[in-house]
Design a protein. Structure first.
Length: 350
């Protein structure tokens, strides 16, 4: 992996140099105690599904890891919300899995895993990741990353009401959302090109497609807190970026050459969260996406993961960001996984 790529960017952007003799700090880790209403499962999922079905419930699998502040936020804001807590307990058997754990898991069909090999087999890239299973053990919905309480409640209703055979999660969210006609927040790096296939044919840069919606709180946070971070901005400028409105009927040409509206494209990709960012390689193939709430370090790491081509050699994004953070700290830089500033000049000033 070309981990030095991101480090060179940091050093270039700032006149202050890191002191390599000082180990950077690891900041922002947080662990919250899970609620006692989670099911004490033997992790034999055929049995769990049968038990849930008998109670007219569905199975919800929650992947977490120690020190994950996004997991802590899920526990402290979503699970601790009385309305959400009651709804989950009424409609779901919720099961917790440590994505690095060693407990035995028996999946549908009787195949055995450890928690960590099960997470790897399912390509869990973010924590929390939540899988909702239907009565046949198939995924009714998957949430990659933290969802704020209002959007999380939409996901719970979608699965509890067994809507997955009627419409996509994107359609469910759209049908229950007031279509806002306001403007998106613009950036100088967004290209006006609407033919995404042609855009990639003309050069050899990666493509990032930002799916947003007007009056979106999390979109505003991304623009005002994350994209203003200088090292992040430098990474953004190394790829082509296009902004789309998930409610817009304006036509585009997708990377695969399909002509469709922006809203149809979002529906085709089942974008149920804004902002989402979908990354494409130079052949027009999706290689990574952000479709949950992220702060600066993880957002920046997603950009670097694509730009370095690390997705080709390291399928685990979690292992990649761990190695990237360690490398940065060895250079004397702090890594704050729960902050909005990726550089701490007070510590690194000589």
């Amino acid at each position: 992996m070309k981990l030095l790529f991101a480090i060179v960017v940091w050093v270039f952007l700032f006149p202050v140099q890191a002191d390599n003799s000082i180990q950077g700090q690891y900041l922002g880790a947080k662990t919250a105690e899970s609620p006692d209403w989670l099911k004490n499962s033997f992790l034999e999922f055929e049995e769990d599904i049968a038990e849930a079905t008998a109670k007219n419930k569905r199975v919800m699998i929650y992947f977490h890891q120690d020190g994950c502040p996004y997991c802590a936020k899920l526990v402290e804001e979503n699970f601790a919300n009385p309305e959400i807590s009651r709804y989950i307990q009424k409609h779901f058997d919720a099961i917790e899995i440590n994505m690095w754990g060693d407990r035995q898991v028996v999946s549908i069909g009787g195949k055995s895993f450890t928690e960590k090999t099960f997470a790897a087999a399912l390509k869990v890239q973010y924590t929390p990741t939540i899988l909702f299973l239907n009565e046949q053990g198939k995924t009714a919905l998957r949430l990659n990353g933290y969802y704020p309480t209002d959007k999380f409640q939409q996901a719970l209703r979608y699965v509890a009401e067994k809507q997955e055979n009627k419409l996509s999660f994107n359609e469910f969210v759209r049908n229950r959302s007031e279509v806002v006609s306001g403007q998106l927040i613009e950036e100088d790096f967004f290209l006006k090109q609407v033919n995404l296939q042609q855009l990639q044919a003309d050069n050899v840069r990666y493509l990032a497609v930002y799916f947003e919606s007007p009056e979106c709180t999390e979109c505003t946070v991304m623009h005002e807190r994350i994209l203003t971070d200088k090292p992040t901005r430098e990474l953004v400028n190394k790829m082509d970026s296009v902004q789309l409105n998930i409610f817009s009927d304006a036509m585009i040409v997708a990377p695969d050459g399909t002509r469709l509206s922006q809203s149809e494209f979002a529906r085709k990709l089942n974008i149920g969260y804004t902002p989402s960012v979908v990354f494409y390689d130079k052949r027009g193939v999706e290689v990574h996406r952000i479709d949950g709430f992220l702060k600066t370090f993880h957002f920046q790491s997603s950009l670097a993961y694509v730009l370095e081509g690390a997705y080709q050699t390291e399928p685990s994004f979690q292992r990649y960001i761990s190695a990237r953070g360690e490398s940065l700290r060895e250079q004397g830089f702090d890594t704050d996984i729960w902050g909005y500033e990726s550089f701490h000049p007070e510590k690194n000033a000589q």
